[in-house]
Design a protein around this ligand. Structure first.
Ligand SMILES: *Cc1c(COP(=O)(O)O)cnc(C)c1O
Length: 360
């Protein structure tokens, strides 16, 4: 079967060049006579792979020297627990902006360990906007302030970050990592599950300022202590070796595209094609506040559930897969991560036009 255009929110499409290279290197990776999957993680061949991935990430994201890069497991979900265990130990308080399901889960998990304050929420309108923040409502002595930078399910994103002063800002960038430049120095911690824009599932990236490491509460399980992983170069135990290898290939690909400024320009172009179509369509619309629209996840509805289902089914038959919206919101969602080519979005817009004309 020919390759489809895959609009899955995650795990999601990977660059075709990366998949071809991984296939070509399956039996002999970098002249080692082995697959990256088969290497000892303690070997010099594997060390070169993880070092290369970290160096490329540091270069592309311009990560300052006083930040550690950790390759962990457990998904973004485990960070919802690791953050309070490691950070929420001075005042025992943290602030949260509820912009969707992931932000809410981060808050709920932190509430098991301390005071998890909700400073703002857009739940009143099904998370269709990013709430305006008032600094006066922030907890001055919070141990961290958490935001979900791109809200994968609802299709919104922060375009401006809150000024939290000395309180470390923590950002979930699972679905927008590498999609555009981000000023890492504004954050205490950034984290991302890899399966959206970085690699396959299995690795969770944590970028953490060094002074935030080493404060875990006494009862923290060893495997959940950032210090253990930082001191061991992400090799305290066996890391997700193959996924880190794929991440390295993706990072090389991003660099070859011109880095994050270039990715941003391409992503803006792709997103604009879809949003422009949606804004001019009489059948489809995007339910999100315009200035908060995501570059990565574009949600849309027809306003008629049966028609939505017909669209998703016909799109699938035409080779546009995984367009169904998240089960909690319904409708449709096109996730147009870095690896989705411009032609894929062009073809989708053409298909939507045709569907609209045929179903008036
Ligand atoms: C997908 C996603 C998560 C959950 O990731 P897991 O790796 O499945 O735990 C959390 N936050 C955001 C923003 C996501 O897109």
């Amino acid at each position: 079967m020919a390759r489809v255009y895959n609009f899955s929110a995650g795990p999601s499409v990977l660059p075709e060049d990366v998949l071809k290279r991984a296939a070509a290197e399956m039996l002999d990776c970098n002249g080692s006579g082995q697959s990256a999957m088969e290497m000892s993680h303690r070997s010099k061949e594997y060390q070169a792979i993880i070092d290369n991935a970290e160096a490329l990430l540091r270069e592309l994201m311009n990560i300052p020297d006083n930040y550690k890069v950790l390759f962990l497991q457990g998904g973004a979900h485990l960070q919802f627990s690791m953050l309070p265990l490691n950070l929420m130990n001075k005042s025992g308080k943290a602030d949260f902006v509820l912009t969707g399901q992931w932000a809410t889960k981060a808050q709920k998990e932190a509430a098991r360990y301390g005071e998890a304050n909700i400073v703002a929420s857009s739940k009143d309108a099904t998370f269709s906007y990013i709430p305006k923040l008032d600094k006066a409502t922030f907890t001055p002595d919070a141990d961290y302030f958490h935001i979900c930078v791109n809200n994968t399910i609802y299709g919104t994103r922060f375009t401006e970050f809150p000024d939290t002063g000395d309180v470390p800002l923590v950002g979930d960038i699972s679905s927008c990592i590498l999609s555009e430049p981000i000023d890492v120095s504004k954050f205490g911690v950034l984290y991302a599950g890899a399966q959206k824009n970085l690699a396959g599932a299995g690795v969770t990236l944590v970028i953490i300022r060094e002074d935030l490491i080493g404060n875990a509460r006494e009862s923290t399980p060893t495997m959940l202590d950032y210090k253990i992983h930082a001191d061991a170069g992400s090799m305290y135990n066996t890391p997700p070796c193959y996924t880190i290898y794929i991440a390295g290939l993706v990072l090389e690909w991003v660099k070859a595209q011109g880095g994050l400024e270039a990715m941003k320009a391409i992503n803006e172009k792709k997103a604009a094609m879809l949003y422009d179509f949606l804004d001019n369509s009489e059948m489809f619309s995007n339910p999100v506040n315009k200035e908060d629209r995501s570059l990565m996840n574009v949600t849309f509805v027809t306003g008629n559930e049966e028609l939505d289902a017909k669209f998703v089914a016909e799109a699938k038959a035409a080779g546009f897969v995984n367009l169904k919206g998240h089960r909690s919101v319904g409708g449709m969602r096109a996730s147009i991560y870095n690896a989705m080519p411009v032609e894929g979005v062009e073809a989708l817009v053409e298909f939507m036009k045709k569907f609209e004309a045929e179903n008036k």
